[in-house]
Write a protein that binds this ligand. Sequence first.
Ligand code: NAP
Length: 407
Amino acid sequence: MTSSRSDRDRAVLSCPNAASPNSALLDTPLPDSALPDSALLDAAVLDTAMQSALAAALDGPRGANPLVGAAVIAADGRIVTGRHLGAGTPHAEVDAITRARAAGIDLTRSTLVVTLEPCNHTGRTGPCTGAILDAGIPHVVHAIDDPNPQAAGGAALLRARGVHVESGVRAAEATALNDRWFRAYREGRPFVTLKLAQSLDGKVAAADGTSRWITSAASRAHAHTVRTRVDGILVGTGTVRADDPQLTARGADGALLDRQPRPVVLGSTPLSPESHLARNPRTLHLGAGDDAGDEAPTPLPDHLRTAAAEGISHLLVEGGPTVSGAFLAADLVDEIHLYTAPILLGDGLPAVRGLGATTLLEAHRFVLDAADSTSSNPAVLGPDVLTRLVPAPAPSPDLPSTSTPEI
Ligand SMILES: NC(=O)c1ccc[n+]([C@@H]2O[C@H](COP(=O)([O-])OP(=O)(O)OC[C@H]3O[C@@H](n4cnc5c(N)ncnc54)[C@H](OP(=O)(O)O)[C@@H]3O)[C@@H](O)[C@H]2O)c1
């Protein structure tokens, strides 16, 4: 079958935003003769479906895996989205396929749109390419290629099996969606979440050193849920000395939850043999071998690569202020979970030390992470507020000048 571009435009499916074709969105022109009937889609339809897939991706947990969303465009124009909700759960393509099947959609006449190239490897779940081929989907459009060589190759395999594959729709947004994840991947380190539990005036301990409990039971319950989905929790030797933490994930009754992260300690000071973490055989002590003398300490990125080599793909940094400052100063924080309790401590320990910013222009800037369909951001947790933040993509052009004092 052959069809011209204008034929395809006329044959556009019943999508609400199908009015403005924009073939520039596609980096690969559609080779008319290769297209199945099901792929007679206007570029605007693909664009709308990709927007839905990008929105669906935000429902996924930030961390060990990239955020991925997918959408099935049915022959009647219906769009059914799917998302990946974390390690061990179905990938976005499989989720969208499952939901489309449940909606009675004929997948052999549908197009699958996905924010990242379909994977071609068997991890905890099967390869997405297999699910797509099994479903008989004739047309796949992905936004960007997979940077992971283990997972990549899906597009080539699908093409070799006769599926019409295109890429490049909303590529900039798909790249931005996982900007920090891709950076962590390139640097060979875990994705890093920094947790800060502070007072209204940014203190994590009172002047006398007491720090339990600044935030409420609701905040702590949330933080323990986060602990269950990370691979490791890191504190510095200062916090081990001050608090003797266990770094376990526990329920409200104190019972251990099913999935336990690996405790990680940073610093050259040996742990007291009586401490919880010294007695835990799973504890990973980074920097324990560092000479406290003249030798330069091991750089933080090297420690993180060691953690990654130990199987830690998502690391939760829980402080204290010296460690939090070191991670932030080195631009190694991919997201912040900021729990703020409505108390004032005045003199006390600041949440972050040694950041290296001396003027406002050197401030480290963050923006609210996008809210998803299941939770708001900021979120109210009992009396506290949880704000999820990500590094600001670029300096804001409307920054106030520090040379002109505000009066
Ligand atoms: N409210 C909260 O959520 C919260 C959470 C955690 C801690 N805290 C409080 O914070 C206080 C402890 O603060 P802190 O700043 O002393 O402790 P910390 O940040 O946990 O530990 C500081 C130590 O970490 C090691 N370290 C830091 N940066 C490093 C790097 N780049 N490379 C290698 N090692 C590095 C150093 O250990 P070595 O000197 O051994 O090399 C340093 O002395 C306690 O009062 C605790 O209660 C509060």
